[in-house]
Design a binder for this molecule. Structure first.
Ligand code: PEP
Length: 250
């Protein structure tokens, strides 16, 4: 059985003091929740404060990016060792905003996934097509290429430690969610890809999250799909009540 994951990507939102205010309120709202993994991904500057605030709760901590070296002359980067030390168990890798604005490629994504795995940080590996690619019926070709590049040279045992997030770029922050059927079709394609690359055990165990304008109103229909194992939530994860309502989808 795949345990669902609901992960909140705060992007470049919330200062340290805003993070300190969010956490206790959110913790209260998810009291008694069981059977779901809850993850928050604050910006780097708020990770430590978030880590302190969620200690001894079921909430886990994620970074939004990672560099592939442990230390050295890489101005502005954050290493896996630094993330590990403050208790980051997850890291979002290859988010479309990083691909779009910061030159992230399938190659750098692949390096970052390997690094995270080496440090026992679970990569939340993001893939997804832009609107033009969907309109030209190239969705599966694009996510197939991203999967192939991002997972290059990984062993079957590594692949089963990854979480994949399918995030159609046209649905991120736009209020335009993929229909449950569109999302399911992409998720099935991804699981079939993993089956061919890494076998049944990895394919049946890997968690594939949907991301793109997830709200308390649409989460239930998305989660009812066979191959959707959770959500990566942007905007709706910034308020304790809407994020808690998504966590409580069942
Ligand atoms: C995201 O940041 O990954 C995301 C899906 O954002 P939103 O939920 O705001 O569309």
């Amino acid at each position: 059985m795949r345990i669902p994951i609901i992960a909140g990507n705060w992007k470049m939102n919330k200062t340290t003091s805003e993070t300190r205010a969010f956490c206790p309120e959110f913790i209260k709202l998810i009291d008694n929740v069981k059977g779901v993994e809850i993850v928050i991904a604050p910006p780097f500057t708020a990770l430590s404060a978030a880590g302190d605030a969620i200690r001894d709760t079921i909430i886990k901590l994620s970074a939004q990016n990672i560099f592939w070296e442990e230390k050295g002359a890489y101005t502005g980067e954050i290493s896996p060792l630094m993330l590990k030390e403050i208790g980051c168990g997850y890291c979002i890798i290859g988010h479309s905003e990083r691909r779009q604005y910061f030159g992230e490629t399938d190659d750098t994504v692949n390096k970052k996934i390997k690094t995270a795995l080496n440090y026992e940080i679970t990569p939340v590996f993001c893939i997804g097509e832009i609107l033009k690619e969907r309109e030209e019926n190239r969705t599966m070709a694009v996510i197939g290429r991203q999967l192939k590049g991002g997972l290059r040279d990984l062993l079957e045992s590594d692949i089963s430690r990854i979480v994949i997030a399918y995030e159609p770029v046209w649905a991120i922050g736009t209020g335009k969610t993929a229909t449950p059927q569109q999302a399911q079709e992409a998720h099935r394609f991804i699981r079939d890809f993993i089956r061919k690359k890494a076998g049944d055990k990895a394919a049946d165990g890997i968690r594939i999250l949907y991301g793109g304008s997830v709200t308390p109103e649409n989460i239930k229909d998305l989660m009812a799909q066979d191959d959707i194992d959770g959500a990566l939530v942007g905007g709706a994860s910034l308020k304790p009540d809407s994020f808690a309502a998504i966590v409580r989808f069942s």
